[in-house]
Design a protein around this ligand. Structure first.
Ligand code: G1P
Length: 291
């Protein structure tokens, strides 16, 4: 039903300089695997085989990673190290990769619009690789596709985030429509609000100190293709960028966005703290598996 997944991967990753000066942030590893490969594997496990990657200048190693490396393979062939390439080779066999370059960094909405020629007129998933999720066997994208099948409109993954952190995220409000699956019909959304924006957003709940957390958007989306037409029309929003949150608000006003509190754990690998937490988490799982 959802056959394609878009990976915006054109950003500079400035928070990880100097590591990201010549290495794309999506290629930073958690243990031995680049962040983007985790995302691609999540898409594959959701039954998606077509990976549409929006890259930019200096990101060529992404294409090389998801391609055969004949010299390396023949060097390792027949040695005890051969198994080290097995995991990535399976990914390359199962998935098809298409690429487009984003000429200018004008925001997440603009990156998604840049991917339109790779997606066409069908619903698609979006994975922001620096939001790394560990949901066990049932990945967050698989969970969201189940929600999409039911409501047939855009679906965004949400997580409760403390008030103090909320300026880093898109925030939603909405009505709980299914308590069992934790789904909301989104009625309003705002991108990275400051406390003034938030006051207007919550309206009646004036004392923000009494609102311990908000439902924030995390980097997983299922989008219906009409989003492209909306993205072409909207004006730059927060930080002068074309924001996917603003485009989704237009769908939400027609009742066509579902917020889904996914089951699993997310690591903000766009920050050094989250990156270290993810590394520790996956290192612990590895140790536990070896026992
Ligand atoms: C983007 C979105 C934001 C969302 C976040 C999740 O922001 O614009 O709404 O909450 O991803 O990671 P970014 O982190 O790319 O600045």
């Amino acid at each position: 039903m959802i056959k394609k997944c878009l990976f915006p991967a054109a950003g500079y990753g400035t928070r990880f300089l100097p590591a990201t000066k010549a290495v794309p942030k999506e290629m930073l590893p958690i243990l031995t695997k680049p962040l983007l490969q985790y995302g691609v594997e999540e898409a594959l496990s959701a039954g998606i085989n077509n990976m549409a990657i929006v890259t930019g200048r200096g990101k060529r190693s992404i294409e090389d990673h998801f391609d055969n490396a004949f010299e390396l393979e023949s060097q390792l062939s027949g040695t005890e190290k051969e198994y080290l390439l097995e995991e990535i080779k399976k990914v390359i066999e199962k998935a098809t990769f298409t690429y487009v370059r984003q000429q200018q960094i004008l925001g997440l909405g603009h990156a998604i619009l840049t991917g339109e020629p790779l997606i066409g007129n069908e619903p698609f998933a979006v994975i922001l690789a620096d939001d790394l999720c560990d949901c066990g066997a049932n990945g967050v994208t698989s969970q969201m596709i189940e929600i999409y099948k039911k409501y047939k409109c855009s679906v965004i993954a949400i997580e409760e985030i403390p008030f103090t952190q909320i300026g880093k995220y898109g925030v939603i409000s909405g009505d709980l429509i299914d308590g069992t699956s934790n789904t909301y019909r989104v009625t309003n959304m705002i991108e990275k609000p400051d406390s003034h924006d938030l006051m207007n957003f919550v309206e009646d709940r004036v004392d923000l100190n009494n609102v311990p957390s908000f439902n924030a958007i995390i980097g997983r989306y299922i989008l219906t293709p009409d989003i492209f037409g909306i993205l072409k029309k909207i004006k730059p929003g927060k930080n002068g960028e074309i924001q996917i949150t603003d485009a989704l608000l237009s769908q939400a006003k027609q009742g066509k966005v579902i917020g889904y509190k996914f089951k699993g754990k997310r690591f903000d690998c766009g920050s050094v703290k989250g990156y270290v937490e993810a590394t520790n988490h996956f290192a612990r799982s590895l140790e536990n598996n070896n026992i």
